[in-house]
Design a protein around this ligand. Structure first.
Ligand code: G16
Length: 563
């Protein structure tokens, strides 16, 4: 029986940078998940004439509360007369794989259960996001409609709770019969399908040969990537079984913070520093982020990783077949990619933070590769960032170079700096601060910028910084014409060579996180290769802290995470 349940709106169901992320306890409130799912269905099915023809994909990173949430979603989709669901085996499917499945099956969209890199477990976070038919995160217009709907919702539909659960542990077709008809549920394992997609992009024979002579260390951080790493890196490419670490997906990620950066993947960094490995990588909870490390723990900043891959795209068969169209990066991502674009003559688009802003550029065929400073890299093969794709891309670059010292991760990056200059880059995160103080800090700085009240020059550690441009970043999508304002504060110095940027994170679930991004370009080849990161970043960081009065507003003297 289909039940119509009376409900009242919950406050704050506004999707952030990528979906609605809240503590598990918030999602466990009766009706909370149901309200948000009903809002998604109301908006995404609003123009659908024949709901029976609609296919939706449902899966996620397997974090705590996923199993219950999946059964609720199955029940609600059936009650809302959706014809067909494709559900991940045991509920586990990486975000890039979901994007791929939506595209491969011509699905109407997908509901992804993840809070990405946020901690999981009963005291951690849960999250829900909606992806559209192109396989990418819903654009602002859609998430705004979902939020508006969540504020007015009065009822949701579900099947009678006495209905048996669908066994998502059994791969194959299931039928959910109800008073309004029936819904097909396909429980699928995406690993093979995703592997086939990668096989159409990369030269697996070449990669197999290369991997047989190298030592890899790939850390799935007990997130969703474990099965993909075992199947693709170990079984298919022939890496040794001990190259795959923390590969069992756990509902609480083993108590760790599944965020592939120098702080939260410190174990991997240590193992790389002290071990015999040539390439190390880590992924986040849902498998879209990646961190790349070279031998002895050489860290590749995500911005440099993007630029190096952008420079070398034609080493990958997919991009040799289908010409490289252009590049994109988010505003706070370093301008290393832009330097490559200057040489190739292709355009590099600058978008707000959030993968959703790349979607229209990729759909319109304007961009082949895009990336973000937040450990995201991807291409037009899907509409999400793709951690494993990035690892295979790096292996492809290394494998197509002479197999001597010059094809190590570090040599490739240093050679890149020699050719294109280097963007010394650092991000400071001040996590879980008081939200109101952070908002006041941002609005005070924004007001100073708007009133042209920043000092003209600032001295810091013997360097003089001339403020030459300061603005609140806004964006007009060149394809859809959609506008996004208030996307971060940017202050540029010394002809644009130095930049500091401030944003409030849109992915946290409690309090506020201030992100301070610091970038210093160095075009002199010698200084680019041999300079000291600290010497470039420290004085600029002091300037940023002085201009923003960050410590005064937040009470924080030190960032929680530095990457
Ligand atoms: C999400 C988005 C990314 C964005 C990142 C950081 O990543 O998909 O596009 O760069 O958040 O967002 P913020 O700085 O607002 O925290 P993920 O991996 O969390 O889905």
């Amino acid at each position: 029986m289909i039940k119509v349940v009376e409900t009242k709106p919950f406050e704050g169901q506004k999707p952030g940078t990528s979906g609605l992320r809240k503590p598990v306890q918030t999602f466990q409130q009766p009706g909370y998940l149901e309200n948000f799912i009903q809002s998604i269905l109301d908006v995404s099915l609003a123009d659908v004439k024949n709901r029976n023809a609609v296919q939706l994909v449902v899966g996620g990173d397997g974090r705590y509360y996923s199993s219950q949430a999946i059964q609720t979603i199955i029940s609600m989709c059936a009650a809302n007369e959706v014809g067909h669901l494709i559900v991940a085996h045991n509920g586990i499917m990486s975000t890039p794989a979901i994007s791929a499945v939506i595209r491969a099956r011509n699905a109407h969209g997908g509901i992804i259960l993840t809070a990405s890199h946020n901690p999981g477990g009963i005291n951690g976070d849960f999250g829900v996001k909606y992806n559209c038919a192109n396989g990418g995160p819903a654009p602002d217009q859609v998430t705004n409609e979902i939020y508006a709907r969540s504020k007015q919702i009065k009822q949701y539909k579900r099947l009678d709770p006495s209905m048996p659960d669908v066994d998502v542990g059994r791969i194959g077709q299931h039928v959910v019969k109800h008073s309004g008809g029936e819904m097909m549920v396909d429980v699928v394992d995406s690993v093979d399908m995703y592997l086939n997609l990668l096989k159409a992009i990369f030269d697996f024979e070449l990669l197999r040969k290369f991997v047989s002579s190298k030592r890899l260390l790939i850390d799935a951080m007990n997130g969703v990537m474990g099965p993909y790493v075992r199947r693709i890196i170990v079984q298919e490419l022939g890496a040794s079984a001990d190259a795959a670490i923390r590969c069992d997906p756990l509902p609480d990620f083993g108590g760790h913070h599944p965020d592939p950066n120098l702080t939260y993947a410190a174990d991997l960094v240590d193992k790389m520093r002290n071990g015999p490995y040539d390439l190390g990588a880590a992924f986040d909870g849902d498998g879209d982020r990646n961190m790349i490390l070279g031998a002895k723990g050489f860290f590749v900043t995500p911005s440099d990783s993007l630029a190096v891959l952008g420079e070398n795209l034609e080493r990958i068969p997919y991009f040799r077949r289908d010409r490289v169209k252009g590049y994109a990066r988010s505003m706070p991502t370093s301008r290393a990619m832009d330097q490559v674009a200057k040489k190739t003559g292709l355009k590099c688009y600058e978008t707000p933070t959030g993968w959703k802003y790349f979607g229209s550029l990729l759909d319109a065929g304007l961009v082949s590769i895009c990336g973000e400073e937040s450990f995201g890299t991807g291409s037009d093969h899907i509409r999400e960032k793709d951690g494993l794709w990035a690892v295979l891309a790096w292996l492809s670059v290394m494998a197509t170079m002479p197999d001597d010292q010059s094809n190590s991760v570090e040599s490739i990056v240093r050679q890149h700096w020699r050719t294109y200059g280097r963007c010394y880059y650092c991000r400071y995160d001040y996590e879980n601060c008081d939200a109101r103080s952070c908002e006041t800090m941002m609005s005070t700085l924004a007001a100073k910028i708007a009133a042209n009240q920043l000092p003209k020059t600032i001295e810091s550690d013997g360097t003089t910084y001339h403020v030459d441009e300061a603005f609140n970043f806004g964006y007009t999508d060149p394809v859809s014409g959609e506008q996004a304002s208030n996307q971060g504060l940017v202050i540029q110095f010394n002809g644009g060579a130095s930049r500091v940027m401030f944003r409030l994170s849109g992915t946290g679930s409690t309090g506020a996180t201030v992100r301070l991004y610091i970038e210093q370009m160095e075009m002199d080849a010698e200084k680019a290769i041999n300079g000291n990161q600290e010497d470039y970043i420290r004085p600029l960081a002091k300037v940023a802290l002085q201009l923003s009065c960050l410590s005064e507003f937040t009470g924080r003297q030190q960032p929680t995470v530095i990457t």
